[in-house]
Design a protein around this ligand. Sequence first.
Ligand code: GLU
Length: 291
Amino acid sequence: MATSAYRGRFAPSPTGPLHLGSLCAALASFLDARAACGEWLLRIEDIDPPREQPGASERIVASLHAHALRWDGDIVFQSRRHAAYAEVVARLLASGHAFHCNCSRKDLHQNRGRHRAACTHPATPPPGASAVRLRAAATRYRFDDLILGSVTLPIPAGDDDFVIRRRDGLYAYQLAVVVDDAWQGITHVVRGRDLLDSTPHQVLLHELLGAPPRFAHLPLLVNAAGDKLSKQNHAPAIDDTQASANLLFCLRALGQPVPPREQHHDCEALLRWAIAHWDRARVPHVDLGVP
Ligand code: GLU
């Protein structure tokens, strides 16, 4: 795929409809891309069928339409990209960067989360189901986040040689997200801070496949108990009939100014104004409570 100077994306997993937290991530990645005259792509990360909710992809797409968040090009569905993931896994195995691991849950538990040392040797798959792990080259990673500044994060013990293809044959999020960000020429990843801990793994994989994109991690919306608004916490789905009010809520949550009142009811006008006034430096660093 061709690359442009700035190429961003929104990459939801269809585990449920959008809620205000995921709408904020969609809006911030959209505004950051459009303010830089860049492209903004939509990728549906449907690689984990047991976690998906029927109809969620369609609802997400409908919500983005309702909020006038228009993407460039065709939607990429990860469920159609298995051949590309298989090719990268084979390449990483052949180059010695990855290895097969047939540890059971019990083995991992007995070894405090880490695979047995014997696993790091087999180049050929052991009999039975096996996972594939990436050999971690470091125990901590430093990167410059466009919102948070310099971030140093450990790759936790037990997660250092991390899974890129699961024992059940499904590809891991860490692998699929990096293969696709590299393939789509993504230059900027703007997303929620819940994914910050995944970033060291992804930087490592990106370095093996090409150059990492720039990362910008957004504050999370948290409920009164301090838990992230998420599908798991039953955050309510956004109401598409209140699209402009939802966008105004997200703009305020992202620390951005809002347009004059007469532009409050038209999503297109609201977004045009928000693009012209987007300032990444105003995005708060702390998570935000919602009533
Ligand atoms: N698919 C992931 C999610 O919905 C997000 C991936 C990303 O933005 O890197 O949590």
